[in-house]
Design a protein around this ligand. Sequence first.
Ligand SMILES: *Cc1c(COP(=O)(O)O)cnc(C)c1O
Ligand code: SF4
Length: 373
Amino acid sequence: MPKSMQRHPIDSELWDDYRWHLANRIVTVDMLRDWIDVTDDEAKAIEACAGVYRWSITPYYAALMDPADPECPVRRQAVPRLSEFEIRPGDDVDPVGDRQYRKTNRVVHKYPDRAILLVTRICPVYCRHCTRKFHTTNLDGTYFGDGEALPFDEDIAYIAAHPEIRDVLLTGGDPLSYSDAKLDSLLGRLRAIPHVEILRIGTRFPVLLPQRITAAFCEMLQPHHPVWVSTHFNHPKELTPDAQSACDRLLRAGVPVQNQTVLLRGINDDVDTMRALNTGLVRARVRPYYLYHCDNVTGVSHFRTSLRAGREIMRRLEWSTTGFAVPEYVITTTIGKIRVDGDHLSQAGGTVWARNAPGETVRLDLPDAGGAH
Ligand SMILES: *Cc1c(COP(=O)(O)O)cnc(C)c1O
Ligand code: SF4
């Protein structure tokens, strides 16, 4: 049911239908004024987005926004702000080197035994902090160019020709932007490859539009098991009864659900919020997996914290709650995901170096790193 703060009550049958939300996404400042008191900064930022960045918000997610508080953590993730247009030192559209490891239109093969498949660049909400903002949100970007609708033949052939790939992660964009029928066919083609042991789907629909996780969707997944889902809750406010029910439906369908959070300045960069988020996830039987340090992605870096701030939150979290309510704190680099700790990061002067398991090192461009540990 819509929240009472919503200004135009909506019939609950429509509210429960994800198609209605997708068809009625908020894409203009006037539509947004139906939900919140839009500030000057927000209105100017929305104007500045024209021709530069996509933005859209599902009515479901808009209903979670505080209409009066521009610093509301849900609102900050979804409504553009002018700080998005300030380019900072070290900003890069692809600091983690996705493009360098891209083997076909959709396959990024960076680690030995697993690969990601960029199913689409489309999302129900364009999160302002998206790590793949160049691909999803930037109107001049996308790895696909005009290739959004291209067939998957070349990508499936790559995976079939690489027997070391035993784990395929469908991501994007959000794969659940596709219909069940399209996903069913794609999962079936991947399942037909004998060396692909597990399929993973990275989706933020449980957070942005939980109604998308229908009984029919869960049923569709059955012949494709083992299927795992990674989702992306950043704040306890997002753990609504609807969101928890969506996770419950997946879990009951035999799909383990794990969560990946991004550490975001002013949204979840304090230990109380992080504890409430992760203990809330555990109550919902969702396993906290990664806490990502916010990368120096162009248009995102105003959300970055220092590594020291992240370490301090982790130290206090580790002490004060259930062991498995504590995610792994990592930073994504061109040489892979690196644990933020003294074994993997080192500091010389003002420079932070990262080292991966094979022993490769890379200098991190973190002007405000504030120390590794
Ligand atoms: C994160 C990521 C994966 C999966 O890594 P896990 O640590 O196994 O979750 C695979 N490929 C790429 C390119 C990634 O960024
Ligand atoms: S749903 Fe995921 S891929 Fe899409 S904009 Fe949000 S964070 Fe990025």
